[in-house]
Design a protein around this ligand. Structure first.
Ligand SMILES: [Ca+2]
Length: 214
């Protein structure tokens, strides 16, 4: 009895194995429309395998929305590209050439000062970073920051009016502080008594201290 059952199981396995060849279906090629079966994509083919005409909306291709999104993003994409170009200033030799009033070493030192203000390291200083870093600096010096005055300086330097300073704008401001370029009249008085001025002076003292160690 036990042997019979075992033999039956074996034949069942063989029959199942042979049946595999009958059940086999070749891979689908739905784009041809000639290989339609129940598994075929019903969005593309009807029940007899003919391609079904579908509108762009039915297929999820909503061109109006896509075009609308592109139009909305156009201006933003141009703006982002410009910002990314300005983020590269720090690494460019042309920046050192443009500010050759200083040695490359001193420009590097000022760029370290830039990095301290640039809290999120995205190579631009936004107004919040500018104010926060100066508050932090003045805290150490037991001074208060006149936020209105610092914002005025920031906005004056933000010629593009896009809410941040790039490396070149920062270095230009440093030139005003160091008297290499005369600060515009509308900026000079505020700058002379600003936290930013004190920050750069203190930062430069650090450079002199470091240089004296060498
Ligand atoms: Ca930043």
């Amino acid at each position: 009895m036990y042997e019979e059952e075992e033999e039956q199981t074996l034949w069942t396995k063989i029959a199942y194995f042979l049946g595999y060849f009958w059940r086999y279906e070749s891979p689908l090629q739905p784009e041809s429309a000639y290989t339609f079966n129940d598994d075929c994509n019903e969005l593309e083919f009807d029940c007899i395998g003919n391609p079904v005409a579908r509108t762009a909306e039915e297929l999820g291709i909503i061109t109006e929305w896509e075009n609308g999104a592109d139009n909305v993003m156009d201006e933003e994409i141009v703006k982002r590209h410009e910002v990314n170009v300005r983020r590269e200033y720090e690494k460019k030799e042309s920046t050192f050439t443009e500010f050759n009033c200083w040695s490359k070493r001193h420009v590097m030192h000022l760029l370290n000062g830039f990095s301290i203000l640039d809290e999120n390291d995205d190579m631009i200083i936004d107004s919040q970073e500018f104010i926060n870093a100066l508050i932090h600096f003045e805290d150490n010096e037991d001074n208060l920051v006149d936020e209105m005055k610092e914002s005025k300086i920031f906005n004056f330097m933000d010629k593009n009016n896009d809410g941040f300073l790039d490396v070149k704008q920062f270095l230009t401001l440093c030139q005003y502080v160091e008297g290499i370029q005369q600060a515009p009249a509308s900026l000079a008085a505020d700058l002379a008594s600003s936290s930013f001025q004190r920050y750069i002076v203190a930062h430069n003292l650090l450079a002199n201290t470091d240089a004296s160690k060498i």
